[in-house]
Design a protein around this ligand. Structure first.
Ligand SMILES: Cc1cn([C@H]2C[C@H](O)[C@@H](COP(=O)(O)OP(=O)(O)OP(=O)(O)O)O2)c(=O)[nH]c1=O
Length: 230
């Protein structure tokens, strides 16, 4: 790709998440980003996924499905004026509390709370059963496909440790509705941070777009970022 075209071509962000758009703007100038929303992907199959290998495979598959959807939209519109399409998917992975006779701990995946149901009870249960006083992981799969169709992928895992139970704070937190639209039902970048004791790894990965890893993928794609210009 020549440098001029590389400078002009848009980076298409296939996401409805405002957090992903804000984070991408830290690496790519806003005027070079265009947002196209992928069709809602079915986040199924996780109920049978209990190993890291299987979970990471499924999260990557969802990010790729979102990307395919956006590329199809671009093709349908006869568009060739873009450098790459970026999509991502984030889930929370927890350890099932050990049963007395369990030999090995089991992994369990949480997506976004189900808005149409009693989401407050659902999120309250997640906090009590999986979060308070324990570790869990935020896992984000990135999928970047350049205009030649070359696929660049990565999966990033961050360990998050929550403080001990504070049920009063949890009741208030649920009343804010912040958990809606967030994987695992909390936002570490907002009031959800009050539950967090520590994290190990990338913070932006928890928020839905791991910048360090994305910067590397963009570099692999020969896309200039704010860092490459400095
Ligand atoms: C854990 C966590 C998640 N989140 C958000 C980021 C993502 O928007 C969302 C994860 O859900 P996703 O299903 O990955 O993404 P989405 O449906 O919001 O957006 P799209 O598929 O269109 O890209 O959770 C936070 O903002 N803060 C957090 O601490």
């Amino acid at each position: 790709m020549d440098t001029m075209a590389a400078q002009l071509g848009k980076i298409i962000l296939g996401s409805r998440s405002p957090r992903r758009a804000e984070l991408l703007q830290l690496l790519i100038p806003a005027e070079q980003i265009e947002i196209l929303t992928p069709a809602n992907s079915v986040e199924s199959g996780f109920q049978d996924a209990h190993t890291w290998r299987e979970i990471e495979r499924l999260v990557s598959e969802i990010a790729r499905t979102k990307n395919d959807d956006v590329i199809q939209q671009l093709e349908d519109a006869g568009r060739t004026d873009y450098q790459a399409v970026l999509t991502a998917d984030t889930v929370i992975v927890c350890l099932e509390p050990r049963q007395v006779d369990d030999k090995v701990a089991t992994l369990h995946v949480l997506g976004q709370p189900h808005e149409e149901g009693d989401w407050q009870s659902e999120v309250r249960r997640w906090f009590k059963q999986y979060y308070f006083g324990r570790d869990h992981w935020a896992v984000t799969a990135l999928c970047l496909i350049d205009s030649t169709g070359w696929l660049h992928e990565s999966v990033v895992r961050t360990t998050v440790t929550f403080r001990r139970a504070d049920l009063k704070l949890l009741d208030w937190y649920l009343s804010t509705k912040e958990p809606l639209g967030k994987a695992g039902g909390y936002a570490i970048q907002e009031a959800g941070s009050m539950f967090v004791e520590s994290i190990e790894g990338s913070l932006t990965n928890v928020v839905g777009l791991p910048l360090e890893s994305l910067n590397k993928l963009l570099k692999d794609c020969e896309i200039d970022t704010a860092m490459s210009k400095s």
